[in-house]
Design a protein around this ligand. Structure first.
Ligand code: GLU
Length: 244
C-alpha cells in the first residue's frame, strides 16, 4: 500500500507537548507502514507566524530523530497554486466574493434573530452568495465596495446541505452537516491571506498525501476539507486524529 504522511506545523512558536504528540504519531504511522514522511511549514497566516520558529521546529524534530524523507516545504512559496485552485472554484461557481465586514455579518444575523453564543464561530448568513452557480471568474458588474474575501459555497448545485460522512481510523465514523455547522467558509481573506482550509487541501493533494495524522483539535475541519477536495476534484486521504 502506498503511504505518504506529513506533519504540518504552523510556525507560531516552538513545538509544545501536544504538537510533538501529533508529530510523533504521524512519523510512527508512516514508519509502521513503510511509508514516506514529509514536513510542511504552514506559514500562510503571516501575522501569527513567529520569525525563525520554522527553523526551530525543524531543529526540534531533527533532535528527536524525526527527519523528513524529502526537503520541507513552506506554504508561503505556494501562493500561485492556491490562486489556481481559487480560479478553478470561481469558474465552477463554487467560490464567490464577499464584501461583508464582521459588523455586517453580526447585523445580518441579528436581523435574522440568530443568537450570539460566546466563543462559537458564527455561520455566515449568505448575504453575498450569488443566487446561481454562474462563474465568478469575471470582472464585477459594479465595482466592489471593498476588497472582497472569497468564500466557498456549502450547498449542492440543487440547493441541498453539504453533509459529509467520513471515517477516522481512531475515532470511527464521523458526520457533519457543513452547511448548518459551518456555512460558507473563507478561502482567501480580504487582506489577501490564504485560509488554512484551502492551503491544506491543495498541498495535501499536490504532495500525494495518503494519510493525515494530526491532533484531535483539527478533526472538526475535516468535513470542510473533504467538501473542498470534492469541489476541486481531488482525492480524499485517510484520516487519524490523535488525542490531545
Ligand atoms: N498547521 C496546522 C496546525 O499547526 C495543522 C494542519 C494539519 O495538520 O492539517 O494547527
Amino acid at each position: 500500500m502506498t503511504y505518504i504522511g506529513r506533519f504540518a506545523p504552523s510556525p507560531t512558536g516552538p513545538l509544545h507537548a501536544g504538537s510533538l504528540v501529533a508529530a510523533l504519531a504521524s512519523w510512527l504511522d508512516a514508519r509502521a507502514h513503510g511509508g514516506t514522511w514529509l514536513v510542511r511549514i504552514e506559514n500562510v497566516d503571516t501575522p501569527r507566524c513567529v520569525p525563525d520558529a520554522d527553523t526551530g521546529i525543524l531543529a526540534q524534530l531533527a533532535a528527536l530523530g524525526m527527519a523528513p524523507d524529502a526537503p520541507p516545504t513552506w506554504q508561503s512559496r505556494r501562493g500561485d497554486r492556491y490562486e489556481a485552485a481559487l480560479a478553478q472554484l470561481r469558474r465552477g461557481g463554487w467560490a464567490y466574493p464577499c464584501v461583508c465586514s464582521r459588523s455586517d455579518i453580526a447585523a445580518a444575523l441579528a436581523r435574522a434573530g440568530v443568537p450570539q453564543v460566546a466563543h462559537v464561530e458564527r455561520v455566515y448568513p449568505g448575504t453575498c452568495r450569488p443566487p446561481t452557480m454562474a462563474s465568478t471568474d469575471v470582472a464585477p458588474a459594479v465595482p466592489w465596495r471593498r476588497t472582497p474575501a472569497w468564500r466557498l459555497r456549502t450547498r449542492t448545485p440543487a440547493g441541498e446541505d453539504i453533509v459529509i460522512a467520513w471515517h477516522d481510523r481512531l475515532l470511527g465514523p464521523q458526520r457533519q452537516d457543513v452547511t448548518q455547522a459551518v456555512g460558507d467558509f473563507v478561502l482567501k481573506r480580504a487582506d489577501g491571506l490564504w485560509a488554512y482550509q484551502l492551503a491544506v487541501v491543495v498541498d495535501d493533494a499536490a504532495q500525494g498525501i495518503t494519510d493525515v495524522v494530526r491532533g484531535e483539535d483539527l478533526a472538526d475541519n475535516t468535513a470542510r476539507q473533504i467538501h473542498l477536495q470534492r469541489t476541486l476534484g481531488l482525492p480524499t486521504p485517510r484520516y487519524l486524529h490523535t488525542p490531545l
